[in-house]
Design a binder for this molecule. Sequence first.
Ligand code: HEM
Length: 511
Amino acid sequence: MSLPETLWFIARNFPIYPTLGILTYVLFNGIYKSIKGAYSGPLSAFPGPDFAAMTGWYKTFIELYQKRSWTMHLRELHKVYGPVVRVGPNELHFDRPEAYYDIYNSANHWDKEPEQYHSFGLDRSCFASLKYAQAQERRDVLLPMFSRQAVTKLQSLVQNNIDRLCEALEANDAAGKSSDLFYGLRCFSLDTILQYCFNLSIDALGAPGFKAPAVEAMEASLPTTIFFRHVPVLRQFVQSLPIWISIQLSPATTGLVRLRALLGRQVNQVIDNPKSLDDSPHETVYHRLLDKKANNGKVYDPETFYKEAQALIFAAGHPTANALTVGIFHVLSNNGIKERLVGELQEGWPDLNKTPTFEDLEQLPYLTAVITESLRMSPGIVSPLLRITPFGGATIGGIKVPSRVIVGMSGTFVHESEVLFHDAKNFNPDRWLVDDSAVLERWLAPFSKGPRMCIGQNLAYCEMFLGFAALFRRFDLRLDGNTTRDLRYRECYVPQFLGKHLTCFCRPVEK
Ligand code: HEM
């Protein structure tokens, strides 16, 4: 019998006073255990707020009640408590860059933390697999699709989407309007990932003003990841609802509900009739998941296909578009940087009718430095990526941590470290062009490090090289009123930007 069933049974069958007595006992026993754990458990020597040491509700209070970004709050805690802070009854956060590499490195096959990774509702996907071995199996299946060779071969797909984005920007300019590049870039990366992984087209780029329902809905649904993490039962309830009720309850997320339904239908069709994949012009995620040899004879159920598809869309959509958005904003905010980038592109791409390849563009040093700096400055995945220390414990940042403790560090603590990056808040591509910049590259971790690092970085780079080059070579871009304040965000694992969308006048240059 579960706890609620037991309590219900007692309440029905026993008089009121003993029932109240039992409930009071349960309550005080819980409080006693929290206090005991806070002051005499294995983490009692670690500094941090008492409230955090006693209960996980501390994080809930900050994120849900105060609606603050957890990582911003962590910065304040580190100022008070030092390089390691106890931020939950069984959780530590670190802020020194070297600690990042002690947690996220190839030798560590540590589990992902269940509460954080279950909150996305993507169980059975590679991203949400908690165990290293489980994830590694799936990564082996998916990685060939995202190898450098595979991405280079399919770059025309990315280029085609950039061309469509550029056409829409030209049309807006011809109508005397600026363009919402924030949404435009999200449409670009969503169309790209859907075509690349599933040979599926929803033509987000064709939506008027780039207001594609799926893109708007993905944005609107970001804060739900916080709710679902703190109130898991809500996630189970919402996910069990029929589509039409979900739409009634949350009209802002209709586009996402419809995209999920579309994916669900595609999955069923592929599983019912694998031959339908023969029509695909290139290999898709479905080919990989259906390949028995690659999967050691395993046959997956439709739910696994479906969750993997959703996870890839979630993982790929936001961070790539954010890095482009943040980078474009900074380049346009500094005339010197903009002129150098445009100058290099004019030299490296002299004839506008002959578009260079991804490989050609990678040879341009300033463009490469701009992209690297955009990745450093963009809060790709903001939240600490939580892991659990192995049996036997670990040493992190020179500090001994016991077994089975939740540990994490937000990559922004590395990228914004003044010790590593001089004038870290300043967008400065030149930092990647000095003699010892190779040393600095070791500290660049937008895709994280170790066995669970991003599998899509080649595709992300391809989108960024083709995207930056096309936008700055084909257009004279000017900001339409954006300021640094527009980069403020609320942390929802990925950032949800709170300011005015990046909006630009995009005047085509003479051919
Ligand atoms: C600039 C763009 C991108 C950034 C900054 C980025 C960043 C990251 C980071 C930090 C992680 C680790 C997440 C964690 O441990 O919780 C990750 C994982 C992942 N990324 Fe990316 N990503 C980007 C683009 C992409 C793209 C285009 C794809 C498409 C295939 C992708 C697919 C994935 C997947 C499947 C994982 C999970 C890997 C695992 O858990 O083993 N990402 N990404």
